[in-house]
Unconditional design. Structure first.
Ligand SMILES: [Ca+2]
Length: 467
């Protein structure tokens, strides 16, 4: 079995660039990307790269569908006690069973949209209603899929010459400015030739909406990375118009310098910056309501802290809730829900390295839990190795999914659901055994959801029907 060996390897410290073999870099979110030789443009072989047996894999949407076996009477055990920190913790098991979401039986499938990509690890619309999908390739290119489903021959952007790719490095994130239609500005997160994080603003070409101007780069943040792993990489604009940035704890294993709890570093944090302003000495502005703005020895960019590697996060399009998939160490993967009406996690401490999921990590017993924000859901490494945070479905094609937060695991390929309006502590409901190394979800302008299969080089649409 491949998966158990990958899971065991995750706790090991590795301080050098990944060598041959995938197990090394399987330590984190880009388990499969480690198998991709950087710069070759070739897809990894499915045999070596696919960590789980593709039992249910199919490009036919319904054929691969698994049935959500939602029990008619939910088990009262571990999800019953609501986490005290949850603003929605008052929901009872009875109330949960009465929601349409948990009562529904959903058949979930994946429908291939486009392929031929080299290590795709993100996909998004541009917010203009153009129908374009932008596919981020780890090696440094962004490809365009047009409304008709054709992959344009010329990439939107190619900055592969500025990037160190491989393992958990590469072009990792992309976010379009909320006013992209008028200002043409978008944002990328990548690791540079030295492996350090760059967050930069770039612009659409003046000549064509299908091309970016690669020379337009304006660096906003440059963040040193002490180790090759845990680079975060997610960028997304909140409904507040600010850019949120996911930063890992700097890497190695076990957060050796306790950076995630150190407000003096940007590592192990979720950041929030104002890309439309510019403060003295900065390429951006600090939103005045950032929680640590003005505090001594704290970085004002920090929005929330205590994360290990928040590889993918998203905002619920219906209410602005922030959902974070934080990759765990050796035992637990977690999803955090930071409710907008309760501050969207402003200043929250999500626990790492004190805790891994809901378990003490360092110290291993009697860790202090006061003031920590607990995950809405966790799963153990018997079910995967690295969480892939997803989205709350708010599209129209699959009404059976409305209000379901979908997420996955890059090793096991399982797709689970959570009730976005449910209690503050839930058990993930298994929706599909995809058998695919799903390293990311993405959302188009109609709020339909996609997944990226980094080994096969494909983008697939999530579809579901009620049964
Ligand atoms: Ca946590």
């Amino acid at each position: 079995m491949r998966r158990p060996s990958i899971a065991r390897s995750r706790g090991r410290i590795w301080a050098h660039a990944p060598g041959p073999g995938c197990a090394l870099a399987a330590s984190l979110a880009l388990a499969v990307a480690a198998c991709t030789p950087p710069g070759t443009g070739r897809l990894p072989g499915s045999g070596a790269a696919t960590p789980a047996a593709p039992s249910a894999t199919s490009s036919a949407p319904s054929a691969s569908g698994a049935t959500l076996a939602a029990p008619s009477a939910p088990s009262p055990a571990p999800s019953a006690p609501a986490a005290p920190s949850s603003p929605r913790g008052a929901a009872t098991p009875a109330a949960q069973s009465a929601t349409p979401w948990i009562a529904a039986r959903v058949s979930l499938g994946l429908e291939k949209v486009a392929g031929g990509f080299a290590a795709p690890l993100f996909v998004t619309g541009d917010g203009t209603g153009s129908g374009r999908l932008y596919v981020v390739e780890q090696g440094g290119r962004i490809r365009v899929v047009d409304r008709a489903g054709s992959v344009l021959p010329q990439p939107f952007l190619d900055i592969s010459g500025r990037i160190a790719a491989g393992g958990e490095r590469g072009l990792l994130g992309l976010a379009f400015h909320p006013s992209y239609a008028s200002n043409g500005r978008f944002y990328v997160d990548y690791t540079d030739a030295d492996g350090n994080t760059v967050i930069a603003e770039m612009r659409r070409s003046a000549d064509s909406p299908d091309r970016a101007d690669a020379a337009s780069e304006r660096v906003l943040l440059h963040i040193g990375q002490p180790y090759p792993n845990h680079n975060g990489g997610m960028l997304a604009f909140g409904t507040d118009g600010y850019l949120y940035v996911g930063m890992g704890d700097g890497g190695s294993g076990g957060d050796p310098r306790n950076r995630a709890q150190d407000l003096g570093t940007l590592l192990g944090k979720i950041l929030r910056i104002d890309v439309d302003g510019q403060a003295a000495g900065l390429a951006y502005a600090i939103p005045p309501t950032n929680p640590f703005s003005g505090r001594a020895r704290a970085r004002p960019e920090i929005w929330a802290y205590g994360v290990r590697n928040p590889w993918r996060f998203s905002f619920d399009a219906a209410n602005g809730d922030l959902w974070v998939g934080d990759v765990g160490q050796d035992r637990w993967e977690e999803v955090d829900r930071l409710v907008a009406a309760a501050g969207r996690g402003r200043g929250a401490n999500l626990g790492w390295r004190l805790m891994e999921g809901r378990a003490c990590y360092d110290p291993s017993t009697d860790c202090t839990t006061a003031g920590l924000t607990m995950p809405v859901a966790v799963y153990g490494h018997d079910a995967g190795c690295a969480v892939t945070g997803g989205y709350v479905y708010r599209g129209t094609r699959s009404p059976a999914l409305d209000g379901t937060y979908l997420f996955s695991d890059s090793c096991s390929g399982r797709i689970w659901g959570l009730d976005a309006a449910g209690p503050g502590r839930q058990d993930p409901v298994l929706l599909l055994e995809s058998g695919r190394p799903i390293v990311s979800f993405g959302q188009d302008d109609e709020r339909e959801l996609y997944v990226a299969d980094i080994a096969e080089g494909t983008i697939l649409r999530v579809v579901a029907t009620a049964r």
